[in-house]
Design a protein around this ligand. Structure first.
Ligand code: FAD
Length: 307
């Protein structure tokens, strides 16, 4: 059994492990894929003090840092069930492999995933023009033409943000109106280099075999197919928290399925903490996940010495 066990080995889980281990408590990390979303990223240019790195390199550095300490890393372990203990008792997590682990405190850091369009070309051109994070990849498209898919708050915010960097933005929304807040829509419509296409269903990401060179959509009213020439596509149709495994547990989730945490990273169950993209904390970024993971580990340590 552990004093503290992290579920998830992305930036949040790794940071939590380092902070916990430095307190000299029995620390473990169980992750389906150590490294997390970082493994799917190419250029990372906003991890403060590291002007430029690449996803796989950062994932290796995370592991190296955790291994500086006495931490049990259990990779390729997918959690399927959380069984919270009564106050003062240990919590238990069951894994797909059949293993069960017990710990006095937990840090849930199972992250999130971008919702994909699921159209031909999307997977093929991922990181070759298809992007999901405007804060991360926007500057790679300086002066170029891009589309943003999705007219919710995140899509419209992304389009406003990108319009200041790229040459031209086409926003494509499936419905006949955007769902974003009115102030955001007004701001978007005021920008000279933005075109908004409503009632449009993206059907294909086009490319030359190496990079994206266009996008095909269906005009829903007429059923006609149209093509937009561009260099980049930002998909902004939602971020899905990896909390399916918690749905049967009593832990409080938000409407979007994110784990609700307080200022110390504690969930609705005492002794169970959460950090990173899986929580209600806004702005899903590496540096934020690392900070939140560190905070949750300190919260868990504080909880341990008080109980
Ligand atoms: P994750 O990185 O999602 O890690 C979650 C961990 O939990 C993984 O180890 C996963 O395998 C594990 N896990 C999930 N479910 C289970 C389960 N049931 N049981 C056990 N383990 C589980 N951010 C930036 O700051 N800069 C960038 O340039 C940047 N670029 C990005 C590019 C792409 C393509 C993507 C997808 C994201 C990018 N981000 C970037 C966002 C950044 O990667 C995330 O904010 C960050 O990784 C979140 O860290 P996390 O530890 O909370 O979650």
């Amino acid at each position: 059994t552990f004093d503290t066990l992290m579920i998830g080995g992305g930036p949040a889980g790794a940071a939590a492990a380092v902070y916990a281990a430095r307190k000299g408590i029995r620390t473990g990390v169980a992750a389906e894929r150590f490294g997390g979303q970082v493994l799917d990223t190419m250029g990372i240019e906003n991890l403060i003090s590291v002007p430029r790195t690449e996803g796989p390199k950062l994932a290796a550095a995370l592991e190296e840092h955790v291994k500086e300490y006495e931490v049990d890393i259990m990779n390729l372990q997918r959690a399927v069930q959380l069984v919270p203990g009564q106050p003062g008792e240990e919590h238990e997590v069951a894994f797909e492999s059949g293993a069960r682990l017990r710990a006095k405190t937990l840090v849930l850091a199972t992250g999130a995933r971008w919702r994909e369009m699921g159209v031909p070309g999307e997977a093929e051109y991922r990181n070759k023009g298809v992007a999901y994070c405007p804060h991360c990849d926007g500057p790679l498209f300086k002066g170029k033409r891009v589309a943003v898919i999705g007219g919710g708050n995140s899509g419209v915010e992304a389009a406003i943000d990108l319009a200041g960097i790229v040459g031209h933005v086409t926003l494509i929304e499936f419905m006949d109106e955007m769902r974003a807040d009115a102030v955001l829509q007004k701001k978007l419509r005021s920008l000279p280099n933005v075109e908004i296409i409503l009632g449009a269903r993206t059907t294909e990401v086009n490319g030359d075999g190496k990079r994206v060179d266009g996008l095909t959509y269906e005009e829903r009213a007429t059923g006609e197919l149209r093509r937009v020439e561009l260099e980049g596509i930002f998909v902004q149709i939602g971020l899905v928290p990896n909390t399916e495994w918690l749905q049967e547990s009593p832990i409080e989730l938000s409407e979007r399925g994110e784990i609700v945490v307080d200022a110390r990273g504690m969930t609705s169950i005492p002794g169970i903490f959460a950090a990173g993209d899986v929580t209600t904390v806004p702005y899903k970024q590496i540096v934020i996940a690392m900070g939140e993971g560190s905070k949750a580990a300190l919260g868990a340590f504080d909880h341990l010495i008080r109980s």
